[in-house]
Design a protein around this ligand. Structure first.
Ligand SMILES: *Cc1c(COP(=O)(O)O)cnc(C)c1O
Length: 533
């Protein structure tokens, strides 16, 4: 194994000598990621790799089931001012406080939140990009990394269907996640609207003009909370966001949208943006993108599509059918860490017309002077809210180059098929109430012991107790949500290795926990419930 490592030249560091002679005295120079320490790095990396391998291999359930109390006591006892004697000891401590009690998304019984299992070429890419520690803010800190990121952005714009014309060119930037991408979208929408209704106002210099108090953003009541959060951060406030009702499929009701826009206009307010969700977090529903694009263009409103989750469809054969209209968006959010099996963080914000990045750009003389832009030197910081920024693009790059885009798309498609099959299982079972046929890979449902006539409040307690029981055991991780104020259970399927058999097992476990929960809530009905076990 050592033969794989670069041969080391002798070093004159005192620290290395003292380490070799067995004294504990440490010197920071021993730990710098540099040629003289590559041997120690190699040893440490192999130890860590072996700990991760055994943690994954022995994760027989997605979660240990540990309680907050017991783990926080363990962590509280650690004295951060006294380091352990070796990296090996540190790894073993990390094993106790982290690896043993982590939540494992690769486990087929993890069907809770929008967390995907990751492909290992992207994990290897993580090691490469953090070792080199490139920052993709400027060309002079990144070299080729900037061009690699740009090529992936161009590729994603192409998948979305953005095309260049003689007046505009699509562009984008990697972000920390959908939350940041949605914030950027709302920022550009706000400043674009300012430039339209108050053309002499310079918002970058002078802040918000009074007219922004009349700005309104329309998004469905099932859209992601980051839209509201962005409005608050941008000085427009939660109340600037008008929630639009959804239809029976949890998609935006566009008639309601039109009505809400007319009343907004009647009140003297200004509709600045319409935000569609392509894959709502709870229901996976996709808003009617083409209709919304038309409505937005009629009102000169910005049209943003939040495809943080639904972007998984971009690589599959159902893209045309499901995402039709996304190509008319002014901006799009995609989360590779939701639906492309990439590790957190790996996301992007895309613009149909790159000139709108001017609302974000700031030229600092020391970093990205305008003269660079004029000379054609690409400084991605011109398009980003962040300055120092990780080279997350390498993960997607290495995945595409190793596995292929079609194959990555098939992973998402497998989860969609499983969601439909699971829906059939639940709808055939009288003990479950389902709310929707899945369009993507989530399923919202609740356990309803059909032998009793229970109130919604009793059902809330029973379903909550089912989830608490399962989480406490750690064998099966499911999510929950509220629909019309009531407690529902939720599956999010993103793991192509989860099969129908796993889902049968999970459903059985939910029913078993459901019977127990019903017994606990209705002691008098105990014997009747037992008969139905
Ligand atoms: C998850 C999600 C977001 C937020 O993305 P992060 O990457 O978690 O910041 C935004 N919109 C939708 C629809 C999501 O599902």
């Amino acid at each position: 194994m050592t033969s794989l490592l670069h041969p080391l030249s002798p070093t004159s560091f005192d620290a290395r000598e003292s380490a070799a002679s067995g004294t504990d005295k440490k010197d920071i120079r021993q730990f710098i990621f540099a040629p003289e320490n590559l041997m120690q790095y190699g040893i440490g990396a192999l130890q860590a790799l072996s700990s991760v391998q055994s943690a994954i291999a022995s994760a027989h359930k997605p979660f240990s089931g540990t309680s907050v109390d017991s783990l926080s006591q363990q962590i509280a006892q650690i004295d951060l001012s006294t380091p352990l004697s070796s990296l090996n000891d540190v790894m073993s401590e990390v094993n106790d406080i982290y690896l043993k009690h982590a939540v494992y998304f690769h486990h087929p019984h993890y069907v809770a939140h929008l967390n995907c299992p990751v492909v290992y070429p992207s994990v290897i890419a993580e090691q490469v990009l953090s070792a080199v520690n490139t920052s993709v803010d400027t060309w002079d800190q990144s070299g080729g990394a900037t061009l690699i990121e740009q090529k992936l952005i161009d590729w994603t714009c192409d998948k979305v269907g953005f095309t260049a014309s003689h007046t505009s060119q699509p562009d984008g930037i990697f972000t920390s996640g959908g939350t940041q991408s949605n914030l950027m979208a709302m920022l550009v929408a706000r400043d674009h609207a300012i430039s339209r209704v108050a053309p002499n106002w310079n918002a970058k210099h002078d802040g918000l003009p009074e007219v922004t108090a009349r700005f309104k953003i329309f998004t469905s009541e099932k859209s992601h909370f980051s839209v509201q959060k962005a409005a608050a951060l941008l000085g427009l406030g939660y109340n600037a966001v008008i929630p639009v009702p959804v239809d029976q499929y949890y998609k935006m009701d566009t008639q309601a949208l039109e009505q809400l826009i007319s009343s907004t206009l009647n009140e003297g307010n200004i509709p600045i943006a319409i935000v569609a969700t392509a894959g709502t977090t709870d229901f996976g529903s996709i808003d009617p993108l083409s209709d919304m694009a038309n409505i937005a263009s009629r009102h000169e409103a910005w049209f943003h599509v939040d495809a943080a989750y639904g972007c998984g469809l971009l690589l599959g054969t159902h893209k045309e059918a499901c995402l039709q209209g996304i190509e008319h968006a002014n901006s799009v959010t995609v989360d590779y860490h939701k639906s492309f099996m990439q590790p957190v963080s790996c996301s992007a914000f895309l613009l149909q017309d790159r000139t709108h990045f001017s609302h974000i750009s700031h030229h600092a003389e020391y970093l990205n002077p305008l003269s660079d832009a004029d000379a054609g030197i690409p400084n991605l910081v011109d398009k980003s809210l962040q300055t120092t920024r990780r080279f997350d693009a390498l993960k997607l790059w290495m995945s595409l180059r190793t596995i292929g885009e079609t194959e990555i798309g098939q992973g998402f498609e497998a989860a969609r098929i499983l969601a439909r099959q699971t829906f059939m299982l639940l709808s055939e079972d009288e003990h479950f109430e389902t709310l929707h046929a899945p369009e993507l890979t989530t399923l919202v449902f609740r356990y309803v012991p059909s032998e009793y006539d229970l109130t919604n409040q009793q059902l809330d307690e029973i379903n909550q107790s089912i989830r608490d029981t399962l989480t406490g055991q750690g064998q099966i991780m499911i999510a929950r949500t509220k629909v019309n104020g009531h407690y529902y259970l939720k599956f999010t399927l993103l793991n192509p290795a989860t099969e129908l058999e796993h889902m049968r097992h999970i459903i059985q476990a939910i029913k078993l926990a459901g019977v127990q929960a019903t017994n606990n809530h209705l002691p008098s009905a105990l014997s009747a419930a037992d008969q139905n076990t």
